[in-house]
Design a protein around this ligand. Structure first.
Ligand code: ADE
Length: 338
């Protein structure tokens, strides 16, 4: 059973999409595609804990958004037959919020904290004894009369996820029994995920359409499934029995996504470096100022996919747009790349 500690109520279409999302999530390791190294190591940890009849050690997952950190946490709970409680760094504002979540955990429950880099230091300090010795220390009162009471917690597993692992404090990072980096998926694995999802949704898709969607999916299952759902909508409205290459391309056109999954913000980013800074090198702070965008967003959201595509390089002198990007955008590469 999944319990959520978030108070925000989603809009209706989000509810429908989230229900489909749940439907598409793998229900066991045999259904889980890709991330071979993570899967191999995690399966050993879970199997050993199961054999010993112990809760799993605390786990940390990090990597780009959409790579399936929540999916993995759900899979850990399913595989362990343990209840799962989901919350996130921004939802835990005060130490008391975390104390309330922790003190209501059931025996062997898995507590999933998404966006863990957004927990503040005071809250992190409540977590340390909870992770290490299953205790929380609560301070009651103020000044000289203040007292600390300690509460024992049930055995539990903390699964934390973050897109920005270097923002977690070293003491918190060191308290996880295992840390896993999720990488971008191979295009072939994305194709398998699309075929599996189409099958679950009961929609026919031909191989050429599968590769068109996989190429535009930014090597992430979440984007792949979203593109599949929108293509299925297109088919529903325009009629037809099978998602063809043409259906896939027309859907991408409507969504203003190009063949490699670039959206307008990606194109503006590359075009700014090309046109205003002669393709680079240019410092990320300068690009951020030119785009009126946050530097952290550029580093964590814009750049990783462009680097994975081989469109962008980070150098000591600044960012450089690669020849492949010029070619994709139909532009003449800058002199130094020729
Ligand atoms: N849906 C989302 N991520 C998946 C994965 N890794 N394998 C199968 N289906 C998925």
């Amino acid at each position: 059973m999944v319990k959520s500690s978030s108070l925000k109520s989603p809009k209706k279409e989000e509810v429908i999409d989230q229900t489909i999302e749940t439907l598409l999530q793998p229900k066991g390791w045999d259904e889980y595609i890709g991330q071979a190294k993570v899967k191999k190591s995690l399966r050993i940890i879970l199997e050993a804990a199961r054999r010993r009849g112990e809760p799993v050690d605390h786990l940390l997952f990090y990597g780009q958004a959409g790579l399936g950190k929540t999916t993995l946490a759900k899979l850990v709970a399913l595989e362990m037959g343990a209840p799962l409680r989901i919350t996130s760094g921004p939802a835990i504002e005060k130490a008391g919020d975390l104390a309330a979540v922790l003190s209501h955990l059931e025996e062997n429950e898995i507590l999933f904290i998404d966006e863990a880099h957004r927990l503040n230091r005071i809250i992190e300090e409540v977590l340390y004894p909870a992770m290490e010795s299953r205790k929380i220390h609560i301070i009651i009162g103020k000044g000289p009369g203040a007292r600390t009471i300690s509460l024992d917690l049930p055995a539990f597993t903390l699964v934390a996820a973050t897109t920005r692992v270097n923002l977690l404090s070293a003491p918190l990072r060191s308290r996880f029994g295992a840390t896993f980096k999720l990488d971008y998926y191979d295009e072939k694995d994305i194709e398998v995920i699309i075929k599996r999802s189409a099958n679950i949704l009961g929609v026919n898709i031909d191989p050429a359409a599968t590769s068109v969607l996989a190429r535009a999916a930014r090597f992430t299952p979440r984007t792949a499934n979203r593109l599949l759902k929108r293509t299925r909508d297109y088919l529903e409205v325009h009629g037809g029995e099978v998602i063809t290459e043409e259906t896939a391309q027309k859907t991408l056109g409507v969504l203003e996504i190009d063949s490699l999954g670039l959206e307008s913000h990606d194109q503006i980013f590359l075009n700014t470096i090309i046109e205003k800074f002669n393709g680079g090198p240019v410092g990320v702070g300068t690009i951020a100022a030119a785009l009126n965008e946050d530097k952290g967003i550029i580093e964590d959201v814009y750049e990783p996919y462009l680097m994975r595509l081989g469109f962008l390089r980070r150098t000591p002198a600044g960012r450089v747009v690669e020849k492949a990007a010029f070619q994709h955008l139909g532009k003449q590469p800058s002199q130094q790349l020729l």
